[in-house]
Design a protein around this ligand. Sequence first.
Ligand SMILES: Nc1nc2c(c(=O)[nH]1)N[C@H]1C(S)=C(S)[C@@H](COP(=O)(O)OP(=O)(O)OC[C@H]3O[C@@H](n4cnc5c(=O)[nH]c(N)nc54)[C@H](O)[C@@H]3O)O[C@H]1N2
Ligand SMILES: Nc1nc2c(c(=O)[nH]1)N[C@H]1C(S)=C(S)[C@@H](COP(=O)(O)OP(=O)(O)OC[C@H]3O[C@@H](n4cnc5c(=O)[nH]c(N)nc54)[C@H](O)[C@@H]3O)O[C@H]1N2
Ligand code: SF4
Ligand SMILES: [Mo]
Length: 679
Amino acid sequence: MAKGICTLCSGNCGIEVMVEDNKVLSVKGDKEHPISKGFTCPKGRALPEMLYAKDRLSCPMKKDENGNWHEISYEEAIDIIVEKFTYLKENFGSESLAVHTGEAGVRKQFSGHVRRFGQAYGTPNQSSAGSHCHLSKEMANKMTVGVLPSADYKNSKCIVLWGYNPMNSRPSQMMDINKAINNGAKLIVVDPQKTYTAKRADVHLQLRPGTDGALALGLIHIIIEEELYDKDFVEEWTVGFDKLVELVKDYIPEKVEKITDVPKELIVEGARIFANNKPGNISPGIAIELLSNGFQTARAISILQAIMGYIDIIGGATMSPPPPLSSLELENVKYNREPIGKSEYPLFCANYNSAQANIFSDAILEDKPYPLKGMMIIGSNPILTWPNVNKLREALKALDFLVVMDNFMTETAKMADIIIPGTFPIERYEIWNGVDSSGDGIVGLAPKLIESKQGISECKFISDIAKGMGLEEAFPWNSDEEAIGYRFQKIGKTFEEMLNMNYGYKYRTFEEKKYTKNGFNTPSKKVEIYSTTLEKSGYDPLPIYNEPAESPLSTKELAEEYPLVLSTGARYLQYYHSRYRNIESLNGYKSQEEVAKVKINPQIAERKKIKDGDMVKVESLRGSIKLKAEITEDVLPTTALISHGWNDANANELTDNENLDPISGFPPDRALLVKLTSL
Ligand SMILES: Nc1nc2c(c(=O)[nH]1)N[C@H]1C(S)=C(S)[C@@H](COP(=O)(O)OP(=O)(O)OC[C@H]3O[C@@H](n4cnc5c(=O)[nH]c(N)nc54)[C@H](O)[C@@H]3O)O[C@H]1N2
Ligand SMILES: Nc1nc2c(c(=O)[nH]1)N[C@H]1C(S)=C(S)[C@@H](COP(=O)(O)OP(=O)(O)OC[C@H]3O[C@@H](n4cnc5c(=O)[nH]c(N)nc54)[C@H](O)[C@@H]3O)O[C@H]1N2
Ligand code: SF4
Ligand SMILES: [Mo]
């Protein structure tokens, strides 16, 4: 039995893997692991099925002029890619190539290598899943409290899950959440759906999708009016509180009920419970980011938590610096052009030195702001995950050259010129990090447990293209082991030393209220309720609420034809975005045929004469899809919900890449207007 780490998601669960003759027979939880303590989810346990799936890609492939695929050698694939990348650079400039890593690259070594390749090649168009995930709330919190804090559930007295459903998306966190609830902590859930967790909550604020910002201002209003906030903290550690008082003055419960559909009594009760059960914390999920007003919503929620003084304390929202690893970023890189998105979303692009991928289609189809001719996509399936797929499909078709590296023939891979088969976590080394039960920061090395027969290490692939292009100076390492060893230099550890530490290395011990020493990591060293950084860039310095770009209040005429508010993408435990529909134990996990469904309230079903399981058409201004109806009291009569990631009923045919959040450029996947027709 070999010890390893499942890095399929950020849970990084400790696993015990039975390996025989370089073949994985089974995976189970490692009870001795200090963070996950034996927990695994069905996806981790299905790793052997993923590794040996019949449809796993096993050889590089090239598409001919007639659209037929041919297996080619790895060396031939590298030669073609090097030749094409050189051609693009010479004929259209380096910026005509975009390199993108998707969710499969989040916190993985290869995403750093892909960025480094982009920098060495000279393209500013490096992008990641961060174009529609995590970075909007991270940047909003950075500008407000200096860093995105994480909730210390175990010691909390009030946990707020705000558009976050860890039952499905981070199941390993439920151990701590359940422990706190058993110790008497209150639970508040903000979700348009009565999820399993919402049904367990003390207060469920079931709001109209996309109105989270108004709800946050409404909660702040009550907390200020009833003087429940932490006065000493606000006085000493915040700037702009007086302006906040002014901003929330008319967010009275009656008004907030009208906007959000949440009964005013519940808003008042929610605010009081959050303020009176100390310490509390708020976990904002992806739902509040995937909105046309997501950035300011994340700011409002951050401020709500901060004025309670719940920052950087045990049981509150703790601030943990990431492990101090040697950076993979190249220094002093100069580009000929700004990244795509820089003029529209300057703060986002500058903060992350990256492009905003949601508008790549405009660059490809309309040369806006300049032509994008080639793309390399690793660990992402944009055709199922990026907004406004009808346009994106046209754009990817129009590219001169597309390389996709994936484990399966996805809808995106089908559009490529060259496909390279990738690896799975335990077929390569990976760096993981987490926080143990004392709040201490741990960084570790997830071992490679088998040699992949089908896949090529992503880092090796990137390094081989770089070397083919004469960029070896940026990739001086001779192996993945050497490249990973480089990252540990800064903490004074070698690759071998890290490999011998099954449960990682403690790089930081937990300390409360670090801000009392050096202040917060913001320009004023205080919590910036009023942000001068935003003001200087021409944005509202206060966390104002704007109605979603499409909504029954902001676009009344449109709402007459498209009356339902649709939220897309709420997670299911057994899937990961577009992944695992081909994995039997996951797709059949609920022992019933799992297919794409739209959740609607019985009132809508009755009005439209739809029965449970009937096929319906859901239509937005961008497109339409056909799928089964699931009739459930879990959603309000005004709201519909669809998960994403289905080839045959792609929620992103409906989503929008025009009304993006004005600061982050994130797409409004969670609040769109649609109409429903029975078929
Ligand atoms: N099994 C599994 N786990 C995953 C993933 C996966 O695909 N599958 N994806 C991973 C990734 S990349 C991410 S970003 C995280 C996301 O994980 P979470 O942040 O937990 O996101 P979701 O489950 O998509 O949405 C959480 C809740 O938001 C609700 N919601 C929908 N619209 C709104 C709204 O407008 N406002 C509010 N307040 N709530 C709304 C949904 O009903 C849902 O219950 O999960 C990660 N973990
Ligand atoms: N409508 C709607 N759209 C959404 C969302 C939503 O809520 N609603 N959520 C958004 C969010 S938060 C995110 S993060 C994105 C995610 O969007 P993507 O990054 O496109 O996510 P996946 O669909 O998981 O695509 C990952 C691909 O990488 C492959 N893969 C998995 N592991 C590896 C590996 O180790 N190596 C290689 N080479 N390939 C691998 C998988 O087979 C899969 O095809 O989707 C976004 N899209
Ligand atoms: S929660 Fe599941 S997928 Fe995520 S690391 Fe743990 S076992 Fe792997
Ligand atoms: Mo995500």
